[in-house]
Ligand binder design. Structure first.
Ligand SMILES: Nc1ncnc2c1ncn2[C@@H]1O[C@H](COP(=O)(O)OP(=O)(O)OP(=O)(O)O)[C@@H](O)[C@H]1O
Ligand code: SF4
Ligand SMILES: [Mg+2]
Length: 428
């Protein structure tokens, strides 16, 4: 049953005529979305809304962001709902192509248009002036008031995000100049140098006059953080902020991010492949698979009692010392994420799931709530099937393990310390 999906005949090839038809239809749809975004003098009431919970800084509600490609509609984000409470860190995990970046780019209105469009749902955000806007409906011009100043983003690859032909100082000054036009040139420069100091750059006056290529990867990532934080945003989106860095620099950058977040009392949406980074940083975890959230919950619930077979698979893929000592092969989830253009109308994880049963091939599972805001979308926990005596996934012993396996649970990568996490669950 588990590989039933693989056995289906592949009938997904398109003729040139079909591709042309799709492109023609796409043009019409994309034009409508672009016109709506480019409208001028839109009354504020059209995109003013209210937060469901005033303690949240941002709320994603049934967000759908699609790409209109020549081979069909890519449902990159397909009904995502979660929120970021004030002052907290939300970790978003999932394999490549699951829609993590597109979710965060949607919050900045930076999805690559005209192909990429927010087609449905809301992104509610309360500004520092206390106004609540639906970013999904905001015209492009208005969004410029929020982007950078209120919400800012740290990208994965600093070398492609920094402009190679401008000095670091010019790029930092520009970020501030856009939002604080009342400041004089010398005040802007002083603030840029102060930011370089804050992110741990040793000789800030010198670095202010350097070009990006004159700096190391770690320093460039610090500059990116300085640039993202210079306007003291209330929400920082960090999309794989440490992936391009080696392990020691990773730890420094994460500490820095935590430190600066506390200083400016901000919230962080942290996107990463690295569960170790999530374990040491996040308060709450969102697990994405093929454009949907399959599990979410507080950090210790997700790491100690994961419910969804995909989350358990991700955790089981973590390297541990017991793998090395026992010369065991590292677990990897078989198969691949399905194409976001041809998603099935039943559970998207079916073709890779060792626990699938008949119901999984008939519909997409509903969200099942557990204790403590913990949710998972999986039929294994559906009340309807509780009499079936189904097998449910469990963490392997070397990850969840007993007391005598403590040493084996230390993971020789990044800052993973699941043991500490298990023993000292974070206060919510
Ligand atoms: N500009 C684009 N045009 C067409 N499709 C895109 C574009 N950007 C992203 N996508 C598609 O959207 C889906 C989600 O991509 P996204 O970049 O959000 O993945 P991700 O989870 O961030 O992956 P990674 O971990 O590799 O960064 C993928 O199927 C991807 O192919
Ligand atoms: S619903 Fe749950 S058990 Fe069924 S295929 Fe999906 S993840 Fe596996
Ligand atoms: Mg990404």
């Amino acid at each position: 049953m588990a590989n039933k999906e693989n056995k289906k005949k592949n009938t997904e090839y398109l003729s040139i005529k079909e591709e042309k038809q799709i492109a023609h239809e796409n043009q019409k749809v994309m034009k409508q979305f672009e016109q709506a975004k480019n409208r001028k003098n839109v009354d504020e009431s059209e995109y003013t809304t209210q937060m469901k919970n005033p303690d949240n800084v941002i709320e994603f509600d049934d967000l759908h962001t699609f790409f209109y490609t020549d081979v069909g509609v890519n449902k990159a984000v397909n009904g995502v709902t979660f929120s970021v409470p004030k002052g907290k860190i939300i970790g978003i995990v999932g394999e490549s192509g699951c829609g993590k970046s597109v979710t965060s780019l949607s919050a900045m209105q930076l999805v690559q248009g005209p192909q990429g469009q927010i087609v449905k749902g809301s992104i509610r955000y309360t500004t520092s002036e206390g106004k609540c806007y639906d970013i999904a409906k905001m015209p492009r011009d208005e969004m410029r008031r929020i982007r950078g100043k209120e919400i800012s983003m740290i990208f994965q690859e600093p070398m492609t995000s920094l402009n190679p032909v401008f000095k670091i100082g010019d790029q930092l000054d520009e970020a501030l100049n856009i939002y604080k036009q009342s400041l004089k040139a010398e005040q802007i420069k002083a603030r840029s140098i102060e930011m370089l100091n804050l992110v741990g750059i040793a000789d800030p006056e010198k670095v202010y006059n350097n070009f990006p290529h004159e700096l190391s990867g770690g320093m460039r990532q610090r500059i990116m953080i300085a640039m993202a934080l210079i306007c003291e945003p209330r929400l920082i989106i960090a999309d794989e902020p440490t992936t391009a860095l080696d392990v020691t620099i990773q730890a420094q950058i994460l500490d820095l991010l935590l430190d600066v977040k506390n200083k400016i009392n901000g919230s962080i949406m942290l996107i990463t492949h690295d569960l170790g980074v999530i374990a040491s940083m996040a308060d709450f975890v969102v697990v994405m698979y093929a454009g949907k959230i399959v599990e979410s919950g507080e950090i210790h619930d997700i790491f100690n009692h994961p419910k969804h077979p995909y989350t358990v698979g991700l955790m089981s893929s973590l390297p541990s010392l017991s793998n090395v000592e026992g010369k065991q092969k590292l677990y990897s989830i078989p198969g691949q994420v399905p194409s976001a253009v041809n998603l099935p109308d039943y559970c998207y994880f079916c073709n890779r799931c060792d626990y699938s049963f008949d119901a999984c091939y008939k519909a997409y599972p509903d969200d099942v709530p557990f204790e403590n805001e913990h949710h998972a979308s999986c039929f294994l926990y559906d009340e309807k099937y509780k009499d079936l005596n189904l097998n449910r996934p469990e963490l392997p012993k070397n990850i969840s393990g007993s007391a005598d396996a403590q040493a084996a649970r230390k993971i020789p990568q990044g800052r993973v310390d699941i043991e500490t996490l298990n023993n000292n669950p974070k206060e919510s």
